[in-house]
Design a protein around this ligand. Structure first.
Ligand code: ATP
Ligand code: MG
Length: 264
């Protein structure tokens, strides 16, 4: 039980969801390490959605709405953290949902598909024999994708994707949208649109944006995508972090305590 007044309750509850996912067998142990890495960068960013993230999220939603064949890729962490919002986003932008695992086992594929179906997904690709196409240049189980999904997609949203696979998808000519709190990861640097935000904030934001943007004319969506520059946006993210750390370094970060508790 996490105390109701614990100052980091929200963050601890999120960790519990991943731990539950491990116990239920669909979050990989490595997913816990990936999450810890994400938390570290979230501290540096300030645990909020910064303007640069909002810009990328908006461009991403516009790109998904414009796509002929959009696919949202789902791994264990994403299924544990934002299953309902993923399904809702997929419906709003008319995207397919595909289970896409770095550590692929039949059991985890099926468990994740079940989580998604319990959250309203009608069809889930990438399970069992459905994942029979391969991403060129990759090896092992992680190259397998659905022939009806990621393999033929023009735009792929990959929350928490591995860098190597992001690069391979780009080489296949796809528009790759990544959500990654680490602006320096290979994933962040290889994606076409990089959203530096926590998936627990990014996906709900994108659901709201999709509700608004789906009513807009194509030209307006094209304008949003054209106006987005990933290189510039990522550099602004780094500037945000640098500026924030400089300000904190100047102001100080110590928590305050009553004078009498001081030992010095
Ligand atoms: P890369 O292979 O891209 O260079 P990596 O090996 O560190 O980076 P992976 O393990 O492949 O990364 O993927 C995990 C990534 O997901 C990390 O960069 C981490 O910052 C990010 N991440 C983890 N949890 C979240 C989250 N909740 N929201 C957004 N990003 C997250
Ligand atoms: Mg990696």
């Amino acid at each position: 039980m996490i105390p109701i007044n614990h100052p980091r309750r929200e963050s601890l509850l999120i960790r519990e969801r991943l731990v539950d996912g491990v116990k239920e067998g669909y979050v990989a142990l490595q997913g816990l390490m990936a999450h810890g890495r994400g938390e570290c960068f979230d501290y540096l960013i300030g645990e909020v959605t910064i303007d640069e993230a909002l810009n990328a999220e908006r461009a991403a939603v516009a790109a998904l709405l414009l796509a002929r064949n959009p696919v949202i890729s789902v791994n264990g962490n994403t299924a544990a953290l934002v299953p309902r919002d993923i399904v809702e986003l997929a419906e709003l932008v008319n995207a397919k949902v595909e289970v896409n695992l770095f550590y692929r086992t039949r059991e985890r594929e099926e468990l994740i598909a079940r989580v998604l179906r319990e959250n309203g997904a009608k069809e889930v690709l990438g399970v069992g024999d459905d994942a029979s196409c391969v991403i060129p240049e990759l090896f092992s189980e992680r190259r397998r994708v659905s022939c009806r999904g990621i393999y033929v997609a023009d735009v792929v949203l990959v929350p928490l994707e591995d860098g190597d696979r992001t690069e391979a998808l780009r080489r296949m000519g796809k528009t790759v949208i990544a959500i990654d709190l680490n602006p320096l990861s290979r994933t962040a640097r290889a994606a076409s649109i990089t959203i530096v935000d926590n998936v627990v904030r990014a996906i709900p934001n994108m659901v709201k944006m999709a509700r608004e943007l789906r009513a807009k004319p194509r030209e307006e969506l094209e304008e949003i995508v054209r106006g987005f520059n990933n290189d510039e946006n990522l550099r602004r993210v780094l500037m945000h972090i640098s500026r924030r750390l400089m300000e904190l370094a100047q102001r100080g970060v110590l928590l305050e305590f009553p004078k009498d508790s001081k030992t010095a």
